[in-house]
Design a protein around this ligand. Structure first.
Ligand code: GLN
Length: 547
């Protein structure tokens, strides 16, 4: 039997609903259950693929090529379950499906309405793969009371009503603000939030309350009474030093027990939390510290590089060091010499990105790392810029650059070492794309295989020759420059299986200089750090010991 936990939020946004959902998923797994986590987002974009990273943070890409919300990254990092295209949906996607059906005449001339047509479409989404796992955890984005969220709330209400009794429960996350002047935690906003929820027909079974202070028994009783929730289902969520403490912290507060009780699962299987105890031990007891500079474009919003920051943390955990990340705006190096800024870092990472702004700075950061023999990891655009740097400064191609920054100009400014790929092979089928102005869906997206060269550093790091990693880009390193670059010291050490697309480059004459066309950060987990991040941090740790 499929069981559903619907997770909603109230009072304010950014309370950590995604993290609470992910931690609950991990705790149910620790008790031997299988889980899948899903996100339902009320915004009208069809997917976050076209949203600015400043707007929405990172776009998380799944193996099957969906561009999704960064919460899916949390889900994957906490449960190890690879997210799928069908794990996230937005109002935009629901409406566009409904409108497509309407145009096709599927509704047989009926008047199309939010109830039942939009809500039915949402319910259809909820049932995808419902018997594959013991628990489906569905998080509704936004806050109860938002106008655009209403169809989702209505759909989950109907859904729970239509399923057999005991298959669905509701968990609501709110905030208890601390009023310093009166020295009190306030329950009223939570009461209002639950009232709002109940007015649309949803009664929460579990109430999770974010609070910066310990919640006194008296306040818990009040919450239970006024919100119509059992006392032991009022769960405190305190601020944590590390997100990786969340499963243990929520377990201590009784979240998983409350959820199992709400389903009437008794006796509940005992949890095995050793995985999370080990993770917490590594996070809280590092034996040193390494400093890594991330030279990027969206550095004001750390969420824009969420998975990279997490993957570095995982690499640190594997090496028992704390990774201190410092964000450096790449544009700075277009005005100033990177030396004084980057001196003293144990490693440099240039992440992915779109557009020309800051790229000359990234090239200079790559040059600094290469010539000063500081460990360098270039991801996607960070790899492309490392190739441009090598083309210019090793192979003497002064005009080397990327077609990405040229396509609007009349005469080409750059020699297109990085070119716009219009055709490629996926699952033995040719994919052709020629539209640059249609921003959605023109990229090489999702998991693609790569073959690693015998004797290369990456083959040693991965411990194998065949890998699969997630992609999200339009441009590629042009294979026709391979000989010129290899003869000057940049090795093409990973290629697509057909040998046409460079996937990885490395500088053999360097302690650690690797550029990857894909996004390894998306597959890293705290209990299973990605090999590239693990080894990158190991290299940084070695540098830290020398200075
Ligand atoms: N803008 C580059 C491309 O489209 C790199 C993309 C990225 O870094 N994700 O190829």
């Amino acid at each position: 039997m499929a069981r559903y936990v619907f997770i909603t939020g109230g009072v304010v946004s950014s309370l950590g609903k995604g993290l609470a959902s992910a931690a609950l998923g991990a705790l149910l797994q620790a008790r031997g259950f299988s889980v899948r986590l899903r996100k339902l987002d009320p915004y009208l974009n069809v997917d976050p693929g076209t949203m600015s990273p400043f707007e929405h943070g990172e776009v998380f890409v799944t193996d099957d090529g969906a561009e999704t919300d960064l919460d899916l990254g949390h889900y994957e990092r906490f449960t190890g379950v690879a997210a799928r295209n069908t794990d996230s949906v937005s109002s935009g996607r629901i409406y566009s499906t409904v409108l497509e059906k309407e145009r096709r005449g599927d509704y047989l001339g009926k008047t199309i309405q939010v109830i039942p047509h939009v809500t039915n479409q949402i319910k259809e989404f909820l049932t995808i793969g419902d018997n594959e796992v013991d628990f489906q955890l569905c998080e509704i984005g936004g806050t109860v009371g938002d106008i655009e969220g209403l169809p989702f709330f209505e759909a989950i209400r109907q859904f729970a009503q239509e399923r057999p009794r005991g298959e669905c429960i509701f968990m609501h996350l709110t905030l208890l603000p601390w009023i310093a002047a009166s020295g009190e935690l306030k329950t009223k906003p939570t009461q209002h939030s639950v009232k709002e929820l109940r007015s649309i027909g949803i009664a929460p079974d579990v109430l999770v309350c974010r609070s910066e202070r310990a919640i006194p028994e008296k306040e818990r009783e009040k919450l239970a009474l006024f919100c119509n929730v059992r006392l032991d289902s009022v769960i405190a969520a305190y601020d944590l030093k590390s997100i990786y403490e969340a499963p243990l912290a929520y377990h201590r507060e009784g979240l998983d027990q409350a959820v199992l009780d709400a389903f009437g699962i008794s006796p509940a299987p005992r949890p095995n939390l050793s995985r999370w105890e080990d993770v917490a031990d590594r996070v809280f007891n590092p034996e040193g510290e390494v400093r890594v500079a991330i030279v990027g474009k969206y550095t004001q919003l750390e969420d824009a590089y969420k998975s990279i920051a997490e993957a570095l943390t995982h690499g640190g955990m594997a090496n028992r060091v704390k990774v201190r990340i410092e964000w450096v705006d790449a544009e700075l190096f277009e005005r100033e010499d990177p030396g004084p800024w980057l001196e003293g870092f144990h490693a440099i990472l240039v992440p992915g990105g779109f557009g020309e702004r800051g790229t000359e700075g990234k090239i200079r950061a790559a040059q600094f790392a290469r010539t000063r023999k500081i460990p360098y990891l270039g991801i996607c655009l960070g790899m492309q810029m490392a190739v441009v740097e090598a083309a210019r400064n090793l192979a003497g191609m002064d005009k080397a650059g990327s077609q990405e920054f040229d396509h609007e100009a009349g005469a080409a400014r750059f020699e297109p070492v990085i070119f716009h790929l219009k055709e490629w092979i996926k699952d033995n089928q040719k994919i052709a794309r020629d539209v640059l102005d249609n921003k959605g869906g023109t990229m090489r997206l999702g998991a693609y295989a790569a073959t690693l060269a015998e004797g290369s550093k990456v083959a040693e790091i991965y411990g194998k020759h065949d890998i699969e990693e997630r992609h999200r880009h339009r441009y590629e390193v042009d294979i026709k420059y391979r000989d010129a670059l290899e003869s000057h010291g940049l090795r093409f050490s990973g290629m697509s299986p057909d040998g046409r697309l460079p996937e990885i480059v490395e500088v053999p004459d360097h302690p650690w200089f690797i550029g990857v066309q894909f996004h390894p950060e998306l597959k890293s987990k705290p209990f299973d750090p990605h090999p590239l991040f693990k080894d990158f941090v190991r290299a940084a740790k070695e540098v830290s010991r020398l200075v």
